[in-house]
Design a protein around this ligand. Structure first.
Ligand code: HEM
Length: 468
């Protein structure tokens, strides 16, 4: 063996003889985990409630042919879910470590549900162009004046608690090739996670070859379990950052402390509907352990939001390498967007748009704009996208948005699949279609359905030709 060969062959000498495909790939364990039928008819359990991993399946005679497909399909999903958690977790933990090394503090935990409180209004300071755009519109359309009341000041909400660390972090990585190099790697891993998730959509096509009648033959045996109890799916949600969505399932109202740190188990005082969605009830001890732990850890949302706050702090100070987010630039940008909303409003509604009755619609649009742009991260994401020097960060953010989109596509496909399989029957876990639709409901606050609301919001505001 020459030197080059020795360097690429990492195996110890004796392993050359003993490593076999099966011992490396672990296919034996995978195939055995399908629990091929070996026991006699008498041993067939009427309900698999007492089954444990590795238990044997019932005999072939009693075996429902389609149940093999059903279980194998779920197992295939779980294999890919494992890969997706692997990719996401590696990005989150590497970034958290980089953050810790640079700031000597933990990566902030972003809490979007509790945002607000110390909000300032657009009138409060500066933003002359934006205020002028509002004043002109009020003058031109007196009937619509109320639509302009109470607009929030852009950039008044963000991760203020950890401001010092954010500025420090930006300072230390600002000009760093090493960080840019890391970002490229993170981007690839997130893209891989999206593709892996999207490729599982095809699995539903295979499972859809089973008819409803065929499914009903063995469906009773699953009760009361369902995909709701997929530990890894919960981990993916948490790794992405959907904490608000998970919290009521993990910590039901009036729940009691339990053996898993951070998780609560339902009590008689817990509202009835929350018993059905309790992860303590739905998961095995292995699952409870893992999900409770993930809930306490950082997520990709924390990474994205922290990065965007860091960029904003740098941009607002006019630092090189960050988008120009000094006061005047943000003011101009917001004024452009107010102008765009007005233009759209009048273009589509014509003369009727000037009527006082149209004030409600316009007010809704303007308040949506102001509420989104009040978030530092939304402003920052929009500016980053408009500037060419922040290409690597833009690509990383685009990959995160793609992942969010992949997760929503997964939910949509599952919902359609479930509808086509069982219609509006209750699910085996008790929630059914009505529950599933809540997980994509447009009327919910975006932080429940989207891991990175700011990235989606930013797309509404990006303007052409500011930087390029
Ligand atoms: C015949 C096939 C299937 C049916 C009828 C079905 C039905 C349902 C229903 C009704 C729910 C809501 C909870 C409940 O009421 O039980 C649910 C949740 C879920 N299912 Fe399925 N499902 C099927 C296949 C799958 C497959 C193949 C997977 C892949 C892992 C899966 C993953 C999930 C997940 C992750 C949830 C929780 C979603 C959430 O809480 O947001 N399901 N399923």
């Amino acid at each position: 063996m020459d030197k080059a060969e020795q360097m690429t062959d990492k195996r110890p000498d004796h392993a050359i003889d003993i490593v076999k495909y099966s011992s490396y790939i672990n296919d034996e364990a995978i195939v055995k985990s399908l629990r091929l039928p070996r026991v006699t008819r008498e041993d067939w359990p009427t309900t698999p409630a007492g089954w444990s991993p590795g238990d044997e399946w019932p005999t072939l005679d009693d075996w429902d042919h389609n149940e093999v497909l059903f279980i194998r399909t779920h197992q295939a999903f779980e294999v890919w879910f494992a890969q997706i958690t692997h990719e996401l977790a590696s990005v989150v933990s590497d970034f958290s470590q980089t953050w810790l090394n640079n700031t000597a503090s933990e990566l902030p935990r972003v809490d979007l549900a509790d945002r607000g409180g110390s909000e300032q209004l657009l009138d409060s300071e500066g933003f002359e162009l934006s205020k002028r755009a509002v004043a002109e519109a009020k003058e031109n359309y007196p009937g619509l004046t109320s639509a302009f009341d109470g607009l929030l000041r852009p950039g008044c909400r963000g991760i203020s608690r950890d401001l010092d660390q954010i500025v420090g972090f930006r300072g230390s990585y600002g000009e760093s090739d090493e960080f840019d190099y890391k970002l490229v790697g993170y981007t690839r891993r997130i893209q891989r996670a999206s593709k892996a998730l999207l490729c599982t959509l095809e699995f539903f096509e295979v499972l859809a070859t089973m008819t409803t009648e065929e499914f009903l033959r063995f469906r009773g045996r699953l009760q009361p379990s369902s995909g709701f109890g997929s530990t890894q799916f919960r981990e993916i949600e948490l790794l992405a950052g959907l904490r608000e969505l998970t919290e009521p399932k993990l910590r039901p109202v009036n729940g009691a402390e339990c053996e898993y740190d951070g998780m609560l188990k339902p009590t008689p005082e817990t509202p009835f509907h929350q018993h059905g969605t309790s992860l303590y009830n739905a998961l095995t001890p292995w699952g409870c352990e893992r999900v409770a732990k993930r809930f306490g850890q950082n997520s990709l949302r924390d990474v994205v939001y922290t990065l965007l706050n860091a960029l904003y702090k740098a941009g607002a100070a006019g630092e090189k390498g960050a988008p120009d987010m000094r006061h005047a630039a943000v003011d101009q940008f917001v004024a452009m967007n107010i102008g765009e909303v007005l233009k759209e409003h009048f273009r589509f509604a014509g003369e009727a748009a000037k009527e006082p009755t149209a004030a409600g619609n316009l007010s809704g649009r303007l308040h949506q704009l102001a509420a989104s742009l009040a978030n530092i991260e939304t402003l920052s994401a929009a500016f980053t996208e408009m500037m060419k020097d922040t290409e690597r960060i833009s690509q990383f953010l685009a990959a995160c948005l793609e992942f969010d989109s992949a997760l929503l596509q997964w939910r949509d496909r599952h919902i359609r699949f479930v509808e086509s399989m069982i219609g509006t029957r209750r699910g085996t876990g008790g929630g059914g279609i009505a529950y599933l639709k809540q997980t994509v409901a447009a009327e919910k606050a975006m932080c429940f359905t989207h891991a990175f609301p700011c990235l989606w919001e930013a797309r509404t505001f990006v303007q052409k030709g500011i930087y390029r």
